[in-house]
Design a protein around this ligand. Sequence first.
Ligand SMILES: *Cc1c(COP(=O)(O)O)cnc(C)c1O
Length: 387
Amino acid sequence: MLPFIRSDLANLVAYTPQPGGHSSQADLGSGDSTSRMCDRLDTNESPFDLPADLKQKLGEFYQREIEANRYPDGSHAVLKWAIADYVNESAALSDAPITPDHLSVGNGSDELIRSILIATCLGGQGSILVAEPTFSMYKILATTLGIRAIAIPRHAETFEMTLDAAQQAIDAACQPPVRVIFVVHPNSPTGNSLTTAELNWLRTLPQNILVVIDEAYFEYSQTSVVAELNQHPNWIILRTFSKAFRLAAHRVGYGIGHPDLIRALEKVRLPYNVPSFSQIAAQFALIHRETLLSVIPEMCRERQILYTELNTSPHLRPWPSNANFVYARLAAPNFSPDESSDSTLQQIVEQLRAWGTQIRHTGGGLRITVGSPPENQRTLERLSKVL
Ligand SMILES: *Cc1c(COP(=O)(O)O)cnc(C)c1O
């Protein structure tokens, strides 16, 4: 390691995103590519690009409206109003509506996670708490900032957080104290929404602990705590355009929280964090949300087919999901992951990839994104062949 690099980064393995994009990136202009032939069911994107007529309109919009030589709007003013409208509409909030003062926009919600960590825990000021298995980015980003992450387990059967362990971690007076708790609603990779017991526990947390409720899959689950936000200045909700809104290429996410918290997040972000193209694409997606979100009922039916079919396999145990993926573990001997199940799962994932289906081995199981109907058929065929 070079002598000027922080020593605590030496042990950190970089998060390696899937190759992503398509292989024609080296050859701009040639639209077809081999990786497009592959079913990419490992990152929970929408299987559907923007409809061709909308994509064309968006392209024309870019050409007409964006001056390539000018910086983007660093205040995200127009986009924030559009997001506020959408949030209020989807939560039926009319008396105490969300306004731009309650919103921060990030380069993906990943950026907001990092801004939250910088604004709360950096410099030895706090630790974070997560219940595993969960979205890996919280721990990875914490580690890159030298922030301690404390992990507690989930119940083996339901994947609810073990609330007694969570409470103990908070009461243990560890150094530095727990300052932020990250939960996903519904959780990735296990697909379960927060239960009443979990929500009730989050409601008891003291004001000096920030609760981050990541609703990346809200459009699929329709479960949200946004209506309660006014009562909890120590809660923040994260959402993204990367999943149901079909804009993963554009990197736009947002946080909804108390204006004082939002001001702190705005202080620590980069001034021009969201490119003009991305801001316009997100506004465009909100204008056309009825069209873009209209496939969700079909996606949920496909999710049910995937779950039901996987459930007929004697080798796998799938769990019900409120998101656009299904999580499954090996059925034998007791569903609980160990070294040998991990190597079996790894072999399954590699065989599927060789046949053209990419799924994710994570949290001791398989996370399979719901794709288009033909993709899901191929997933099931290939899984039954390998099992
Ligand atoms: C996909 C996902 C995100 C989205 O991240 P972006 O940076 O907005 O693409 C955030 N949280 C969870 C739990 C996710 O699964």
